[in-house]
Design a protein around this ligand. Sequence first.
Ligand SMILES: *Cc1c(COP(=O)(O)O)cnc(C)c1O
Length: 308
Amino acid sequence: MAAESTLLLSLLKSGDEIVASDDLYGGTRRIFDRVMKNFGIRYKTFNLADHVDRRIFKGKKMVWIETPSNPLMKIIDIKEIAEYAHENDCILVVDNTFASPYFQNPLKFGADIVVHSTTKYINGHSDSLGGAIVLDDKEMYEKIKFNQNAIGAVLSPFDSFLTLRGIKTLALRMERHQANAMEIARYLESKREVEQVFYPGLESFQYHETAKRQMRGFGGMLSFKVRRNVSAFLKNLKYFSLAESLGGVESLVELPFFMTHASIPEKERRRLGITENLVRMSVGIEDISDLIEDIENALRASSVHKNF
Ligand SMILES: *Cc1c(COP(=O)(O)O)cnc(C)c1O
């Protein structure tokens, strides 16, 4: 969030407007809603994963997207959005936290700026908070660099040490996160206790083709809807901790409706498809047979109990 606020305060001024994708990280929505608003910076969200109307970018200063998105794993075509943004002299920012730089490099597809929460995959051990801004433009870099120092959004030496330690195994971890997530997604898809699975690596997934065009791998995040008793499912998991955050070596599970996305008005949550039975998983690097066995037991428990 320090990286995001430095970026926003460096490049925008009162009266500017942002176009954002609708499936946004809660903290980003909060900074737009509760902080930037007080500086006269407004934003509007749109579904930028399907049928984008290029007129919405007219007169705007910045476009902010997340792909894959959180929690529904929607994939936005970065190249297409970059084209629309640049027709209107807009800066395109891509939050690349979910894919990590190992699987996706948005600058290659025309993005101007990439942001990462290094708290997640880049550090990878759930023991440090930080962020990164990646860009290839000297002028914007100088502005942001000056403001980073002036505002004080600076990582401590110890957090820097932890993040550098983590980044050394990024490639190994991402390969394992992806392999485990792929197996779990396929497994879930085959179970009658599961209504729907959201994972960009599944051929049946709505956005699979777009994902293949811009990603080298599909990452370790997935979501799915449990048909019957979702709380029985959660209670019976042994290896997945019930927690927010993501991208660490240990598997986590959470309910976006009640946790990460609870601050979005209920009507809006439902419109987006974030329902009570939606489960988000951050698949860790544990032994895959242990994880599958754990999910199998929990799914069985979900189906013998009555509805939610
Ligand atoms: C966690 C997260 C952030 C914010 O990162 P912090 O490290 O918690 O400040 C931003 N974007 C996405 C997609 C995230 O998952």
